[in-house]
Write a protein that binds this ligand. Structure first.
Ligand code: HEM
Length: 467
């Protein structure tokens, strides 16, 4: 594992960078201050005063009041919130990724996301999680062979590789072969284009116009393609239609005794929101997790030893790679959202605090995952913490995918996808980032680094596992 700037080969990356990445953020930024920093940085339109309180952090961004609560009691109450009181996380996604030209968001977001959950669960049940992992890994193999096509070389933008791999892998797994094959090759480019519109401030203040980038035509092309596919599918007699995610959307559903039959626009909107969730987050974690791994040679060494016990990477074996699984969990723990928001619909008392309608009520996965009492040495990358007997992620304290009735439905699947992707890469190639490793900052929770990160690679000799 040698970086180009490091001809001596020892150590394999810039020592200063390694130290700062290993040390992590919090040594130099206390927790609450880091959250404060995020909203108060220029460009985030911070206008209000913050009352720092150990359990609730309040601030105002223009007319929007934010309340970020911490502590177990708050998490418990948060995950029991009902649709009458709040709208879920995706209300926040009025940003470019989910704002599609000519497509209005579903008027009843809660019912549509419930529909989405049922549809996805049906696909998980019908296909089986292992087979959804195998499909993802097939695409990952193709992407890897295309990108790493010499015995050694350089990948100019490693996040681009992660993103394209996750777009193709997750689309094929979730949409199914029939729909995936009907999509044009440019489908991946459209989502890469859409990703280019995403910034952390757009998540925090989605209504704030951005002049940073002229949007490409990715979103418009995506809408046209999905509209055409839905129209084609509606013309097919149901008995001839493939039994896939789209077909579940087109089938009448009853939720809480009420019929849910989505329009084409609603299907496009919700399908896109799922598609985006299913490739964006995994790609970001594939990226930062790999940076974590390469910054910790001792962990990497142990991972390679674990790999030598496996002949193949597939839907079955990934579940047995406990250390590499631990690396994924550690990456999910270290890089979660700073704030997981809900939109308050009507006056609400939460943990003794009165919240006005239209305010934003949030808890902080980031603060929780860096709580010393829950995770000793929280800023260190220590995948072994997940291997200790009896250690299970707690649904109140390990919340990279939120929780409760709107919690992420793809967490187990993602853990296997990422374990498999890293296993494929590490078994075949020696990887190193070129020069300084990208700096971890608060945007690392949701975004790749602002600048491209080049990686060098070299094909391992033999099977690379010392066997
Ligand atoms: C590293 C990977 C992932 C991360 C960090 C992540 C994170 C999240 C978060 C924070 C939420 C909001 C939860 C809440 O409001 O309580 C969410 C919701 C959701 N995620 Fe994930 N996610 C990931 C992967 C996936 C995958 C692979 C899928 C698809 C299979 C998926 C599908 C969804 C859906 C459908 C929702 C909305 C649930 C609802 O509103 O009912 N996610 N995810």
């Amino acid at each position: 594992m040698k970086s180009q700037q490091d001809p001596s080969g020892d150590p394999p990356f810039h020592p200063k960078t390694a130290a700062s990445i290993r040390g992590g953020l919090p040594r130099w930024i206390p927790d609450l201050v880091s959250a404060f920093d995020m909203v108060s940085r220029p460009g985030h339109l911070f206008t209000g005063g913050a009352a720092l309180d150990p359990l609730v952090f309040r601030f105002r961004v223009a007319w929007e009041h934010w309340f970020i609560f911490r502590g177990e009691a708050a998490h418990e109450q948060f995950f029991q919130l009902r649709p009458d009181d709040v709208d879920p996380f995706f209300f926040r996604m009025r940003m470019p990724t989910l704002r599609l030209p000519g497509v209005s968001p579903p008027p009843d977001m809660t019912r549509s996301t419930m529909g989405t959950r049922l549809n996805l669960m049906a696909v998980f049940r019908e296909q089986g999680l292992q087979s959804l992992v195998d499909v993802f890994l097939d695409e990952a193999r193709v992407a890897t062979a295309r990108t790493f096509h010499q015995p050694e070389g350089q990948i100019p933008d490693f996040f681009d590789f992660c993103l394209r791999t996750c777009i193709r892998g997750s689309s094929r797994a979730l949409l199914g072969d029939a729909l995936f094959e009907a999509l044009p090759d440019e489908y991946t480019d459209w989502y890469v284009d859409i990703e280019g519109d995403l910034t952390i401030s757009r998540l925090m203040v989605p209504w704030w116009p951005s002049f940073a980038r002229t949007p490409g035509n990715g979103a418009a092309a995506l809408v046209d393609a999905l509209r055409g596919l839905i129209e084609d599918r509606r013309r097919l007699p149901p008995e001839r239609a493939p039994r896939d995610l789209l077909q579940h959307y087109l089938t009448r559903r009853v939720i809480d005794g009420q019929e849910l039959l989505l329009t084409d626009d609603e299907i496009i909107w919700t399908l896109n929101s799922v598609e985006w969730a299913a490739h964006h987050y995994p790609a970001v974690h594939a990226f930062w997790g790999m940076i974590d791994l390469l910054s910790n040679p001792d962990v990497l060494h142990a991972v390679m030893q674990e790999q030598s016990r496996f002949d193949d990477v597939n839907g079955e074996t990934v579940g047995e790679m406990s250390l590499l699984n631990g690396c994924v969990l550690e990456s999910l723990r270290r890089h979660p959202l700073v704030a997981l928001p809900r939109l308050v619909k009507r006056e609400l008392t939460f943990c003794g605090v009165d919240l006005p309608p239209r305010s934003v009520l949030a808890i902080s996965p980031y603060l929780c995952h860096h709580d010393e009492s829950l995770y000793p040495s929280p800023h260190r990358f220590r995948p072994a913490r997940w291997k200790a007997p009896g250690v299970h992620p707690s649904p109140l304290h390990f919340i990279p995918g939120g929780g409760g009735q709107w919690g992420c439905i793809g967490m187990r699947l993602t853990t296997s996808w990422l374990t498999g992707l890293w296993a494929l890469l590490l078994r075949q190639y020696e990887l190193a980032f070129v020069g300084e490793a990208p700096r971890l900052d608060l945007t690392a929770m949701l975004m790749p680094p602002a600048d491209k990160t080049a990686f060098t690679y070299r094909l391992r000799s033999g099977d690379g596992l010392g066997t």
